[in-house]
Design a binder for this molecule. Structure first.
Ligand code: F6R
Length: 631
């Protein structure tokens, strides 16, 4: 959730523009305050402000405020905070210092035993200036140095007494040529350049400088230093400090700096909505054999037998990724006849589920690959003996590394906090997976081929959907946003239910208004009580065998004076021409199982334009972080 950056170099310069630019590149993950500490001229200097680094850290102003020496300096750390313990304030912003002002710490994660540690430190005479969990860390290090330990041992001993999750970077006047890192549960890595090392909680912070990085695993530390004019690093574990580990560097190939720009779009979210046709094409690329009618998922190749013999599939995910897995579950059940159980990760990890681990396989779905609940669910499932697979977007992320095998979603870099293109990319993987499982269970090559050909048509249908619906949706969103709608619900049946849930989630995230979702057939079992002239129902009902039934329910909403928007195909739209409803027309599909891929698009746009009408920040909605690395 929080973002960490640290730079160490052997070339003295003003590192503030670099550290600020890296902090800006982490801004999309969420922030409420931000801070920097530098080691300049033997002194620790710090600046902390409420707001986003792009707004509150003009490099020139900060350079003047910190009175940066003319020849520059070698070490800096920075942090974007997403408040968990204590309100957003200057005092709570990182870096945090010890009593003597010699040690600066930035932290991503949560320290669960901070209250006990704080009490103990207060009795030892330490003074706390913030209400954060993090502040115990510099004081503990200070205490251990007082007791005679080196900065490195004090840091690693402190790390081993912390419970919870942390990615930590520290610098100290006691050892001004050293930047120390340690990781447990929260992501931490460093980019490697010839004369500079850049530590960060995410590769996005280093991509402007290098595409080569080394990622730390849980329990590992990195000692980055400048000695005899050159930078070097050593990696070890907290438990075995002097036994150094050799780690392979990873090269980022799935993202580039252009992905981090809005191009001609006014927001990342709009860009990412419009990118969905090309993302879908990329996700499918090279992953099927038209001749044999098979989906070819290379990442799962070593587990063919396990998948062929699986009697049940369990999915674990959060938020939008969970909604994608519900669509995926419906597809797998419909095409392959394998029962699927969709679990929300934060529930799964604490639940006792009586499933046979021998014939049930687990799929974890995650855009970031960092979500704490999903990651912990995978670990828990492995402990129980499940085979675990991932559908993950970020290459080399913690979940991608933790699962036995997996398939990358290939959505590219998603910056908008509200997930859009990662959702449809996850759906693309699920369609392929469903075809694969179905072919292994008796689906004919001809049927498989037919489905694959239909999937190939989806990108152009997605483009048509966006082109044909965007103006109508914008007009509807602006109109309803002015109307003071009291409650909004997204309804559908069958495979459209998870799309309604996803549409409601997008709407809530962006508009800050309460929105609900339920299966249309549930209307009369309670929800109809909320329908009146100030209630808006958005009904997803392409023309299928349940259309007449759905139309009947729609009339019941109208009879209670509720407003209705229907998302339907051309046939459905004709059939509803007499009804007093607003209509969003999506292309007609022969295979109704494919509708989720196109019907979500106008609903993402609806949330987007409604939020624009309310004046909200669509790329960084309030209170949200892009990647939820704490529970
Ligand atoms: C909603 C959204 C969240 C994420 C959820 C899981 O727009 O982005 O609901 O889907 O936090 O995140 P990942 O997929 O990174 O595990």
């Amino acid at each position: 959730m929080c973002g960490i950056v640290g730079i160490i170099t052997n070339e003295k310069r003003n590192l503030l523009p670099e550290i600020i630019s890296s902090l800006k590149n982490l801004e999309y993950r969420g922030y409420d305050s931000t801070g920097i500490a530098i080691l300049d001229d033997g002194q620790l200097k710090r600046v902390r402000r409420i707001g986003a680094p792009s707004d509150v850290f003009p490099p020139k102003e900060i350079t003047e405020e910190l009175r940066v020496s003319e020849e520059g300096f070698l070490i800096a750390i920075g942090h974007n905070r997403w408040a968990t313990h204590g309100k957003p304030s200057k005092e709570n912003a990182h870096p945090h210092f010890d009593c003597g002002g010699n040690i600066a710490v930035v932290h991503n994660g949560t320290i669960l035993n901070h209250e006990d540690l704080r009490k103990e430190l207060i009795t030892l005479g330490h003074t706390f200036l913030s209400t954060t969990d993090t502040e115990v860390i510099p004081h503990m290090i200070e205490q251990k140095i007082k007791e005679g330990l080196s900065i490195k041992d004090a840091f690693l001993d402190t790390a081993s007494s912390l419970e919870g999750s942390f990615g930590l970077a520290i610098i100290s006047t006691d050892d001004p040529n050293r930047l120390l890192l340690v990781k447990h549960g929260s992501p931490l890595l460093f980019g490697v350049l010839k004369n500079t090392l850049i530590a960060a909680s995410s590769t996005n912070a280093i991509l402007a400088y290098t595409n080569t990085f080394i990622s730390l695993s849980d329990g590992e530390y990195a000692d980055l230093s400048v000695e005899e004019g050159s930078v070097s690093y050593k990696i070890g574990t907290i438990l075995d400090r002097e036994e150094f580990i050799k780690k392979e560097a990873t090269i980022i190939t799935d993202r580039s700096l252009e992905d981090m720009s809005k191009g001609d779009y006014e927001s990342f979210m709009k860009k990412e909505i419009h990118e969905q046709p090309s993302v879908f094409r990329t996700t499918l690329l090279g992953r099927f054999n038209e001749e044999t009618g098979d989906a070819v998922l290379g990442g799962l190749i070593d587990y063919e037998d396990v998948l062929r013999n699986a009697k049940q599939i369990l999915t674990v995910a959060c938020g939008t990724a969970h909604n994608a897995s519900m669509v995926g579950g419906a597809l797998i059940e419909a095409l392959a006849g394998v029962p699927v159980r969709n679990e929300i990760a934060s529930e799964f990890r604490y639940k006792k589920i009586p499933l046979n681990t021998a014939d049930t396989v687990l799929f974890a779905i995650s855009q970031s690959g960092e979500t704490a609940d999903t990651l912990e669910s995978v670990k828990e499932a492995k402990r129980k003996g499940f085979k675990t697979f991932g559908i993950v977007n970020v290459v080399g992320s913690a979940i991608a590394e933790e699962v036995d095998a997996g398939v990358y979603a290939r959505a590219g870099f998603e910056i908008g906090v509200a997930s859009t293109k990662a959702f449809t990319a996850q759906l693309a993987v699920f369609y392929l997976l469903a075809i694969k499982l179905a072919r292994e269970r008796g689906m004919t090559a001809q049927k498989g081929r037919g489905l694959l050909l239909e999937l190939e048509e989806i990108p152009s249908l997605m483009s048509t959907t966006i082109e044909n619906t965007e103006d109508v949706v914008r007009e509807l969103a602006l109109r309803y946003a002015k109307q003071n709608i009291r409650t909004i619900n997204f309804l559908g049946r069958g495979i459209h239910v998870p799309i309604g849930i996803e549409a409601a989630l997008k709407f809530k995230e962006l508009t800050y208004l309460e929105a609900g979702s339920y299966p249309l057939g549930e209307l009369k079992h309670g929800p109809i009580a909320v329908i009146d002239k100030d209630a808006l129902s958005v009904v997803i009902m392409p023309h299928d065998e349940l259309f007449a039934l759905n139309k009947n329910l729609l009339e019941q909403i109208l009879s209670k004076n509720g407003s209705v928007i229907v998302a339907t195909d051309e046939v459905g739209a004709k059939n509803l021409s007499e009804q007093d409803v607003d209509i969003i027309i999506i292309p007609t599909l022969k295979n109704t199982l494919l509708y989720p891929l196109i019907e979500i698009l106008p609903l993402q746009l609806f949330a987007y334009y409604y939020a624009i009408a309310l004046g909200n920040n669509v790329d960084k909605p309030r209170n949200l972080a892009k990647s939820v690395t704490v529970e």
